[in-house]
Every structure is written in structure tokens, then in C-alpha cells.
Design a protein around this ligand. Structure first.
Ligand SMILES: N[C@@H](CCC(=O)N[C@@H](CS)C(=O)NCC(=O)O)C(=O)O
Length: 211
């Protein structure tokens, strides 16, 4: 498989964790989101993803964007180490957590939204950082209230897609130095996950394009 990725993209980070967890080897194709206005903006990359975003996964004649779709594909293409729980309604509960991050946090603080806020509404850097902090903290507080109390993972004893979405979002939370008060359970999950090889080798700092 091939993964179009950017080391700091939280959506690509999710997919790197999933591929590692399933022990699927892949070729890393870097797409620099900032250099020269962004390699994702080129017409050549537009042929790979008309939304001009990473991640994109290629497997033989299948090309997929959208990390949730990629997770579902990987779970059906390869039965090793499932990403989603099979049982009803655990699958749906896991999907709820995934969506809290996938549609409730990440899209509101992604590069395109931040650029538009700056261009159309002329927000300054301080306002931009405050926006990011608020979006991430409020979303993570909601996530934290929905997870299992028993741990060590979001869904309890089983590592799932929810954790693979959570850890990259926490990476962004650290980057922007949000207030972690009330988020201690999530930091405990993070400590547990970051000890696993599948998370360690997916970490932004050690990707081929990290600077
Ligand atoms: N819903 C998409 C989100 C993808 C996304 O927002 N990718 C960002 C990086 S995290 C991107 O490529 N942004 C480029 C841009 O906005 O120009 C997914 O889950 O894969």
C-alpha cells in the first residue's frame, strides 16, 4: 500500500497508526502542506485527491481519501488486529468517539479553516491560537465524558479506532498548549498508547518528512 502523508497532519497520523496496528507495510509518500503554498494544491495532486488533502491510501487499484473510510477499508481488507469492535453497539459507540474528533474537532482547526479565518475575517495570530485552543479543549472535554471509566483505553480494555483518532488530536493539543484541566483520563490513555510500537513508529517526529 501507499500512503500520501504529511508528518504533522493529524488525519494522516491516524492512518499511520492503523497501518502499523494491522502490521501492514506501506510506502510513505510525503506531501508538504506548507512548502511553496502547499504541494497538495497542485493540479497533479488534485488528480490524486480532488479535495487536495492528505491522507490518501492506495492499494492496488483502490484509491481512498478520508481517514474514516480508510479505517473501514483496512478493517475489511485485512482481518488482522481489528480497528473497530465488531459487537453491537460497541461498534457504534466507537464510531461516536471517532466522529467527535473527526467531525467535531479536527475540521474546525485545520489548515484551510485557519487560512480562511485569517483572510476573510482578518483574525490575528493570538486570536487564531485562542480559536484552536477552544475548539480542541471543548471537544476533548466532551470526549472525556463519554469514555469508559475502567480504561486503559477509550472503550475499556480494547484498543480501538477511537484511541487512534484521539492520540493525534492530543498531539495537536500539546502543540497548542491547551489547558488540560479535566482531561487527565485522556492523558492517561495517551501515556498507555504512546508505549505501543504502532503509535511510536507513527509519531510525527520520526516520519521521513519531519523537519
Ligand atoms: N476528513 C479528512 C480530513 C483531512 C484533512 O483535513 N487533511 C488536512 C491535514 S490534517 C489537509 O490535508 N489539509 C490541507 C489543506 O487544508 O490545504 C480525513 O479524515 O482524512
Amino acid at each position: 500500500m501507499k500512503l500520501y502523508s504529511y508528518f504533522r497532519s493529524s488525519s494522516a497520523y491516524r492512518v499511520r497508526i492503523a497501518l502499523n496496528h494491522k502490521q501492514i507495510p506501506y510506502e510513505y509518500i510525503p506531501v508538504h502542506l506548507l512548502k511553496d503554498g502547499g504541494e497538495q494544491k497542485t493540479s497533479a495532486y488534485g488528480k490524486i485527491n480532488s479535495k487536495h488533502e492528505v491522507p490518501v491510501l492506495e492499494d492496488k487499484n483502490v484509491r481512498l481519501s478520508q481517514s474514516v473510510a480508510i479505517f473501514l477499508y483496512l478493517d475489511r481488507a485485512n482481518l488482522n488486529n481489528p480497528l473497530f469492535p465488531k459487537a453491537f453497539p460497541d461498534f457504534e459507540k466507537c464510531f461516536e468517539l471517532v466522529e467527535l474528533i473527526n467531525s467535531g474537532i479536527q475540521p474546525l482547526q485545520n489548515l484551510a479553516v485557519l487560512k480562511k479565518l485569517k483572510k476573510d475575517f482578518e483574525i490575528n495570530d493570538e486570536q487564531k491560537v485562542q480559536w484552536i485552543k477552544d475548539i480542541i479543549r471543548n471537544g476533548l472535554l466532551a470526549y472525556s465524558k463519554k469514555i469508559s471509566d475502567e480504561g486503559p483505553y477509550s472503550m475499556g480494555t480494547e484498543l480501538t479506532a477511537a484511541d487512534m483518532f484521539l492520540i493525534p488530536q492530543l498531539y495537536n493539543a500539546h502543540r497548542y498548549e491547551i489547558d488540560f484541566t479535566g482531561l487527565e483520563k485522556l492523558l492517561q490513555i495517551e501515556r498507555t498508547c504512546l508505549m505501543l510500537d504502532s503509535f511510536k513508529t507513527a509519531h510525527p517526529d520520526i516520519q521521513p518528512d519531519s523537519v
